[in-house]
Ligand binder design. Structure first.
Ligand code: UT7
Length: 310
């Protein structure tokens, strides 16, 4: 019996910050941002929208899509590095707001790989029979830890949330394989010291190396080959990094998810937001083999090979 994603949801705040808006605030250009990252605009949450608000909205949609009641959820996992406050956790806050009165709740801190860590943890609880349903949310309000004086990082990030309900799926479908990893020696390349600090070059090199390799690893662990893959959803950090993963799998452009141009890098929310849009647009269909792969601060990484469908 495999666990899989039986319902998905997404929330992005309404306010759009374009590259042209950034040109007015700092020494940058639309040309540089597009060429170097693929980003054209991103969503920014205003003061009235915190991470719990975004997480709640994405989660409520995922629960509705799954066709279950909030009381049936056994565990809520929220992947975030930008919670409303250190505690109570975002997961406990939305447990109350959703009316998920039978759910335990905890947050996961694995930066941009957090959603991967959440899905893999949820899978263990569902496949062991401990919980029927686990809610996993990736949410970030990166705008509140962005150093708006630092053009090296300020142009990259955006806010948003994506969610999934994990439950049992029919024979052959669901999460076929996974890989999680960490290398704490690289923590110095991407961290928060009040504001977000990054050595872009080092993270770039790590990402190019790790994304392709993790994707290959989960395909092999699932007993499949590159030719079996229908769609790739890489963490939406930078189009050049995403392209390197796509080329490693020999996939055509249309078989890779791309939302980085409209949302920027939303960290733990980027993969679930992309998955939501890809399913909505019919790019991911029942029985497709999809590979999700992410990397981020820690350093951490994670990948999943999924046969889509309930
Ligand atoms: O979720 C994980 C989070 N992080 C990432 O995925 C980031 C990974 N890294 C990257 O995506 C890339 O390193 C960046 C897009 C951030 C930067 O690209 P790069 O090829 O590593 O460029 P660089 O940092 O070496 O900068 C090249 C030039 C520099 O100018 P000089 O020294 O060559 O004159 C920078 O000062 O580009 C300049 N630059 C900018 N110019 C205009 C840096 N940021 C900007 C900017 N606008 N926003």
């Amino acid at each position: 019996m495999n666990a899989g994603l039986i319902g998905i949801g997404k929330y992005v705040p309404p306010h759009i910050l374009t590259n042209a808006d950034l040109e007015k605030r700092m020494d940058t250009s639309d040309e540089w941002i597009r060429t170097m990252t693929g980003i054209q605009e991103r969503r920014i949450a205003d003061d009235s929208i915190d991470s719990s608000h975004m997480a709640y909205n994405a989660a409520a949609d995922a629960i509705k899509d799954a066709g279950i009641k909030p009381e049936e959820i056994g565990l809520i996992l929220v992947a975030t590095v930008t919670p409303d406050q250190p505690f109570p956790s975002v997961s406990a806050m939305i447990q109350d707001q959703l009316g998920a009165k039978n759910a335990a709740a905890m947050d996961i801190s694995a930066a941009c790989s957090g959603y991967m860590y959440g899905i893999v943890t949820a899978k263990q609880f569902v496949e062991s029979g401990t919980y029927d349903y686990v809610l996993v949310v990736g949410v970030e309000k990166l705008s509140k830890i962005t150093d708006w004086e630092d053009r090296n990082t300020a142009v990259l990030f955006g806010d948003g949330a994506g969610a999934a309900v994990i439950g049992k799926v029919s024979e052959g479908r669901g999460v076929l394989s996974f890989e999680l990893g960490a290398d704490g020696s690289g923590g110095k390349y991407l961290y928060q010291d009040e504001k977000l600090i990054m050595n872009g070059r080092e993270v770039f090199k790590f990402a190019v190396r790790q994304m392709g390799q993790s994707a290959i690893n989960v395909i092999e662990k699932a007993g499949l080959t590159k030719e079996d893959v229908d769609f790739l959803i890489p963490h939406q950090a930078n189009i050049r990094i995403m392209e390197s993963a796509r080329q490693r799998l020999d996939l055509p452009v249309e078989k890779m998810s791309k939302t980085v141009h409209k949302y920027g890098n939303t960290s733990s929310a980027s993969i679930p937001i992309s998955l939501f849009d890809d399913v909505a647009e019919g790019k991911v269909k029942d029985d497709d083999v999809i590979v999700l792969v992410g990397f981020g601060g820690g350093l951490t990484w994670g990948a999943l090979c999924i046969k889509w469908g309930r």
